[in-house]
Write a protein that binds this ligand. Structure first.
Ligand SMILES: Cc1ncc(C[n+]2csc(CCOP(=O)(O)OP(=O)(O)O)c2C)c(N)n1
Ligand SMILES: [Mg+2]
Length: 726
């Protein structure tokens, strides 16, 4: 038996013999309430014991428990079951108390199924042990500590915007978003940034109904947090109401917790609840706490057990110790029975089953959604001039305008996108036309921008955030990888974060730049399971691809990155100054995800496969090659993830020779994926690849030494053309 279990039973039993003469009068209201607390806490406690036993028996896979933290049950009791909760992995008490508020809940089975990785677990379906349930408004979290805070803040902010815009929102207008995390997590820059963004937003007078709950057990695995640090760090932040409660004494903690929840609900502003706890059983089953704590210290914590304190509250309400002990034992029996009932349950059985929620794609429905969006756009005015030939930037601007008009769920935001209209004018006039509730500037914090997008998606909106430069995505990238892309995976699609993240990027900006404004590192995006990466090159494709991404967000909750080549934003010419051959009329409505564009040439002897800036470069090279008798065709990938495999293979086969023209880096660049696709398809070659150097991009003309040039493309093409007869 776990020493904590023994301690609890012994303490109560000792008490049983001592205190039988001092039984208080039964207060049935009070006792019923404290029974509910005890039920949630004791169930959570026993599930922790069982988790470790299951692991030892080879039937369970997760041993991080909630023991010592069980007073977080009171937080759930101070809230409503419709308040969205993004929970710390030790918030077991909260989960069980929340389940009490929802009829027909099965929290014991849910948690056991999670521990055992069973396919019928209601949220992650055996993909991970998470606290989450659609019926309990608990949104599952990953174990990257603090990464859920930007989303939680985003949801709190978006909740009000969604109601104001009269969008269908899953959460009531007076909901409180609750988000819990540990004391060590409170130091993470993600937590610090998210709390700051909540405060900065509230400071502007906007409602931010969020309850931050710091479950402070004094340790981050083995590293102690100084006793007063959390209070020192968050106790006197302007605009942040700070309340402290002792989780070891639920009787005194309750009024504080209730006040914290009510303050957020009534005042619609952030509150920081500092819940002091102990941590029993080390960080996880595998953590030998004795290697960094003295046994005496560990034992001393036992006297701070919230369960003993709740038992004491029950006794004060007139409940007998024998009844408490009997209930404690009965809960364990019930859990054991449920474990046995799950003995034959199934685990995930194939890669296809595991991956099913990652990237649901319904191309026909997406095409239908595009048509619906098109019907909603404003009708052309009679007698209007023929559609305008546009630059890439103008085309994206027009498409955003049209999408904002067609669907009131669409919101556009980022640094400088509002009044200024973006650094490159891509969002010009949108704020004026659609109002500050739908097109707005954010804080200078990419993590907060993406967190707002993730929260807005959960609130029923269709967020199109902008990250000003690709180089500045990297400090926030985990919001896409760890949070956005994993939500469908860990919730089997039940919670959705549809979003189209516009990112200005890639190289070749003339007279401006250096690395930070000419970043060509996209590997970090291409390996995120399920993420769609679009890279439009021409005005006509850009509008259609943006529409497709938004339609996929609506239909399949697809998360996409829309990578916009900055150097092409205002490009008008293709072959020579003044030819205006790079302007285009947006004729296509829709470009299916994973379909390339072909600049075909019937007599071509080689295919150049490219994307982004590489496309106009390749087209210019193709024209020069034609003068030397070599005919080439160009394939624009358009989608960097998923790659247009069928189109790549077909284009390669049609000429028999392939030059991969890749402006991203030689290592980790897009071209690696294209070459691999060809090799794996059995394409016999020859294949050559030209790419940029494995370097950051230097300032000014020095950039030409590391970025792929047209000369290199031409040399590569000529070498390929000379390689034997077809
Ligand atoms: C970003 C990140 N870094 C490291 C870890 C590994 N890790 C998991 S839990 C943990 C300690 C967290 O301590 P605290 O926030 O106090 O929560 P507690 O476990 O004490 O409840 C660490 C370092 C992680 N999960 N995420
Ligand atoms: Mg801790």
């Amino acid at each position: 038996m776990d020493p904590l279990d023994t301690y609890f039973r012994t303490s109560l039993t000792a008490d049983l013999s001592e205190s039988s003469s001092a039984i208080a009068l039964l207060d049935s209201d009070k006792s019923a309430w404290w029974w509910r607390v005890f039920e949630a806490q004791a169930t959570s406690r026993h599930l922790d014991f069982v988790a470790r036993e299951l692991q030892q028996a080879g039937r369970g896979f997760y041993t991080i428990g909630s023991s010592g933290h069980e007073s977080n049950a009171l937080v759930a009791m101070a809230l409503r079951p419709t308040d969205p909760a993004l929970l710390h992995y030790r918030s077991g008490g909260f989960y069980l108390a929340r389940a009490q508020q929802v009829p027909r809940s099965t929290p014991i089975r849910d948690i056991l199924q999670g521990l055992m990785g069973l396919a019928d677990e209601p949220i992650a379906g055996g993909r991970h042990k998470v606290f989450g349930h659609p019926g309990l408004a608990v949104i599952p979290q990953t174990s990257t500590i603090a990464s859920h805070l930007p989303r939680a803040v985003g949801l709190a902010v978006a909740l009000h915007r969604a109601h104001r815009l009269k969008v269908d929102c899953e959460w009531p207008a007076d909901a409180v978003v609750v988000c819990s995390f540990g004391d060590a997590s409170a130091n993470h820059s993600t937590a610090a940034g998210a709390i700051n963004s909540a405060l900065a937003t509230a400071f502007r007078g906007l409602p931010v109904p969020i309850l931050f709950v710091c479950e402070d057990n004094g340790f981050g695995i083995s590293v102690p947090t100084p006793a007063d640090w959390i209070e020192a760090a968050y106790g006197s932040r302007p605009g942040l109401r700070y309340l402290i409660a002792d989780g070891s004494d639920p009787g005194s903690a309750w009024p504080v917790i209730e006040q914290a929840a009510d303050t957020v609900r009534d005042q619609r502003r952030p509150v920081f609840l500092h819940l002091r706890t102990v941590r029993f059983g080390g960080h996880a089953g595998s953590d030998a706490e004795v290697s960094y704590r003295r046994p005496r210290e560990i034992e001393a914590d036992y006297s701070r057990d919230p369960l003993l304190a709740t038992a004491s509250c029950l006794r004060t309400a007139g409940v007998s110790t024998a009844d408490i002990l009997a209930r404690y034992k009965a809960i364990r029996t019930e859990i054991d029975e449920q474990v046995e009932a799950l003995a034959d349950d199934r685990r995930l059985g194939s890669a296809a089953e595991i991956m099913a929620p990652l990237a649901p794609r319904h191309p026909n429905e997406v095409a239908d959604t595009v048509r619906t969006l098109q019907r909603m756009r404003p009708a052309p005015i009679e007698g209007q001039r023929p559609p305008k030939r546009r630059t890439l930037a103008e085309s994206i601007n027009a498409a955003l305008d049209e999408l904002l008009t067609a669907d009131r769920r669409v919101i556009v935001f980022g640094e400088d996108v509002g009044v200024k209209g973006g650094v490159y004018g891509v969002t010009a006039r949108l704020a004026r036309q659609h109002g500050a509730a739908r097109v707005f500037d954010t804080l200078l914090d990419e993590q907060a921008i993406l967190g707002l997008g993730l929260g807005a998606g959960l609130a029923g909106l269709l967020p199109i955030p902008e990250v000003q430069y690709l180089a500045y995505l990297h400090n926030a990238e985990d919001q896409l990888r760890g949070e956005g892309a994993t939500l469908p995976f860990f919730s089997q699609g039940r919670f959705r974060n549809p979003m189209v993240v516009r990112i200005a990027g890639l190289g070749y900006q003339k007279g401006f730049g250096g690395h930070f404004h000419n970043d060509n590192a996209v590997a970090v995006l291409r390996d995120i399971p399920g993420l769609v990466v679009a890279c439009p090159t021409r005005a006509d494709d850009a509008a259609a691809m943006l529409r497709t991404c938004v339609a996929a967000a609506i239909t399949d909750a697809t998360l996409s990155v829309f990578l916009e080549p900055i150097a092409l934003y205002h490009q008008r010419d293709l072959y020579q100054a003044g030819d205006q051959a790079w302007l285009a009329v947006a004729e296509n409505d829709h470009v299916p995800i994973g379909r390339a564009r072909s600049y075909r040439n019937g007599s071509a002897v080689l295919t150049m496969i490219s994307f982004g800036n590489g496309v106009p470069m390749s087209l210019r090279v193709a024209r020069r090659l034609a003068a030397s008798g070599v005919t080439a065709q160009v394939l624009d990938l358009r989608w960097l993830a998923p790659l247009p495999v069928a189109d790549i293979v077909a284009a390669a086969k049609s000429t028999g020779r392939v030059l991969v023209v890749d402006e991203t880096r030689h290592s980790g660049g897009v071209g690696e994926g294209v070459v691999t696709t060809l090799v794996e398809s059995g394409f016999p070659g020859p294949i050559r690849r030209v790419a940029s150097e494995d370097s950051f991009v230097p300032l000014g003309t020095a950039a030409e030494h590391v970025l792929l040039s047209e000369d290199e493309i031409e040399k590569g093409a000529l070498a390929l053309a000379e390689m034997g007869e077809r």
